[in-house]
Structures are given as C-alpha cells and as structure tokens.
Design a protein around this ligand. Structure first.
Ligand code: SF4
Ligand code: SF4
Length: 173
C-alpha cells in the first residue's frame, strides 16, 4: 500500500539537496561562455575580392545567398568581367554548413566571430553587401519544372517492351 505523503517528502528532499549545491546559472549577456575554436559565426563577404562566380549561391542548400551580377571593367584591364553589384546573405535561413565558404575560389566569403543574431523582423536578418540591395524575398534558385516527355506531350503512349523469354531448358538424352 503506498504511503501517504511519500512523494511530497521525496520532492522536498531533492529541493533541499539542490538548495545548498554550487550554483551553475550564468548571467547572460554579462557572462559569456568561452567560444570554441572551431565555431562558425555569421557570414561576411569581401566584395572587393568577389569575382561574382555565383558558386556560393548555387551550392547553398537553404537558398540564403542572392547575387545580382553584371559585367564591368572593374580592374581597368579593358575587358568587362562578371561583377557583383548586389549580394545578400539571409541569416534567417542559414544553417552554418560552410559549403559556400568551401566552394569560394578566392576565399572572400567566410565566417566571423559574431554568433548573436537577432531582429524583430525576419527580413532584417538579410544582410546586404555591395552597392545595390537585392530583394531577399526572391528565391535565388527557384525549383525547375521538368518538361514532359515528347511522346506523352503528343498524346502517344510509349511503345511497350516485349517481355524477355526464358531460355529453354536442355533435356538429357
Ligand atoms: S553556410 Fe551553408 S546555409 Fe549558410 S549561406 Fe553558406 S551554404 Fe548557405
Ligand atoms: S563563391 Fe566567392 S567569388 Fe564566387 S560569388 Fe560567391 S563570394 Fe563571390
């Protein structure tokens, strides 16, 4: 038969035990944990070195990066080359996978020390770089619709394949 009040006593015992334990609550933001060596902070891009190859935008699985590209003779070589006039990184979608950092051929996109990302509006988390703002609500990599196969589009059924006949078994004489 269960003893009445046993649960209350057990609970009070745990409370009393923790009352005299060493406190582990840390006051944030006054106290900040030591950052680990391999942490990944918010991304940034050095627009002076970016060659507008679009590789970071294409590889991003979360569609965080949008780049507006044009052709411009930025280095005075007399030849117009791809140039990023607008560059946006949407922190509300980024999962810090670092694929964009790894793929960049000139190492101009990289993680910073900053890890505290906050805003009142999701759109405020889209950070603009470059001289022209890019609309962060437009998906840089919209899903491509597959074209229907030609036969199906013409209303003709695809020719049926003949089933393979099983080889005849040889009987012993
Ligand atoms: S870290 Fe990953 S999710 Fe974030 S922008 Fe780069 S590729 Fe996209
Ligand atoms: S991969 Fe690097 S160079 Fe290419 S567009 Fe992105 S940031 Fe610029």
């Amino acid at each position: 038969m269960p003893q009445l009040g046993q649960g209350i006593l057990k609970g009070m015992g745990i409370t009393l035990r923790h009352l005299f334990d060493k406190k582990i609550t840390r006051q944030y933001p006054e106290y900040k944990r030591e950052k680990s060596e391999r942490r990944r902070g918010m991304l940034t891009v050095d627009m002076d070195r970016c060659i507008a190859c679009l590789q970071c935008m294409r590889i991003c699985p979360d569609h965080c990066i949008s780049i507006e590209q044009t052709k411009r003779d930025a280095d005075g070589s007399g030849k117009a080359k791809p140039y990023a006039v607008g560059f946006v990184i949407d922190d509300s979608r980024c999962m810090y996978c670092s694929l964009c950092v790894e793929v960049c051929p000139v190492n101009c996109i990289y993680h910073t020390e900053e890890i505290e990302v906050q805003a009142y509006n999701r759109l405020e988390l889209a950070r603009q770089f470059g001289e022209r703002p890019v609309d962060p609500t437009i998906d840089p990599k919209p899903a491509v619709k597959k074209k229907p196969k030609k036969a199906a589009a013409d209303g003709k059924a695809a020719p049926k394949r003949e089933p393979k006949k099983a080889p005849k078994k040889e009987t012993a004489a």
